[in-house]
Design a protein. Structure first.
Length: 270
């Protein structure tokens, strides 16, 4: 193709040829596929400790189409004591449609949380208001819809299955209010306020929060955030008074999984 184009360019005027030579090359289109990797001092999901206070390695891949349709997968190590008996990894699969309308945005989709190697039957007595027992791997399916305005966003998650395989909790709702503000020079602040409303198991209800700062250094994002909740985690464990008192094994002392802490992280999108 270049052999055919070159004679045509030489036949054009000298001025046109000079202008074309000085014009910058068109930017390469952004790839619809991106990956991400994060190392954190511990993994908090909706304010609740998922790794027994230990570090987490997390990563995933995302596909985004120009139409707004997206698909993705994200993974993290977890502790079996956080409600995932026999498991050590979380795998999330999600998809939806996202669109911006000026300063406003809309996001609609679904997410499936899967924990290979786990046994949900162990959670049969987790809900004191139910005599049901589930089987198979621990999992959770949620539908979500969210809206955003500039640096603020609000998203509603609705469980279509038993909430992380806890019997008779289908219909549980979680509300996520978040803010991400760019301070310039690579600095940013992040904030979050969440509310869980469990179906048929009100003892699981709680509010969680996060306030943090981020710093982008040549594509690597460093983060520090204060995370906490008012979840019922006073130990020793009790399904009614302390459902968030977790123990990773019989040899480990139980701990309040909703306690306040500072989470440090470093991550990169590529």
């Amino acid at each position: 193709m270049r052999k055919l184009v070159l004679p045509l360019a030489l036949a054009a005027s000298a001025v046109a040829g000079t202008a074309a030579a000085q014009a910058p090359a068109p930017a390469a289109p952004a790839s619809p596929i991106t990956g991400n990797l994060t190392i954190a001092s511990e993994y908090r999901f909706r304010g609740i400790d998922q790794t027994a206070g230990k570090p987490a390695i997390q990563g995933g891949v995302d596909y985004s189409h120009a139409s707004g349709v997206y698909l993705g997968n994200w993974n993290s190590n977890i502790s079996q004591g956080a409600g995932f008996p026999g498991g050590n990894i979380e795998m999330d699969f999600y998809g939806g449609w996202k669109k911006a309308f000026g300063d406003f945005g809309l996001d609609i989709g679904a997410i499936y949380y899967y924990y290979p190697g786990t046994d949900s039957s162990v959670l049969g007595a987790a809900n004191p208001h139910s005599s049901q027992t589930n089987s198979g791997n621990v999992h959770n399916t949620e539908f979500y819809i969210g809206g955003s305005w500039k640096f603020l966003s609000l998203k509603w998650f609705h469980a279509l299955s038993d909430y992380f395989s806890i019997p008779d909790t289908s219909g549980t709702n979680y509300f996520d209010l978040a803010a991400t503000y760019d301070l310039g020079s690579g600095w940013g602040v992040v904030g979050h306020l969440g509310k869980l409303k469990a179906q048929g198991y009100s003892e699981l209800d709680y509010t969680d929060y996060k306030l943090g700062v981020t710093k982008d250094i040549t594509g690597w994002v460093l983060g520090a955030a204060y995370v906490g909740s008012n979840a019922k985690g006073n130990c020793p464990a009790n399904a009614t008074t302390s459902p968030y008192c977790f123990s990773n094994s019989i040899n480990q002392s139980p701990r309040d999984a909703g306690r306040s802490t500072i989470v440090l992280s470093v991550g990169k999108t590529f």
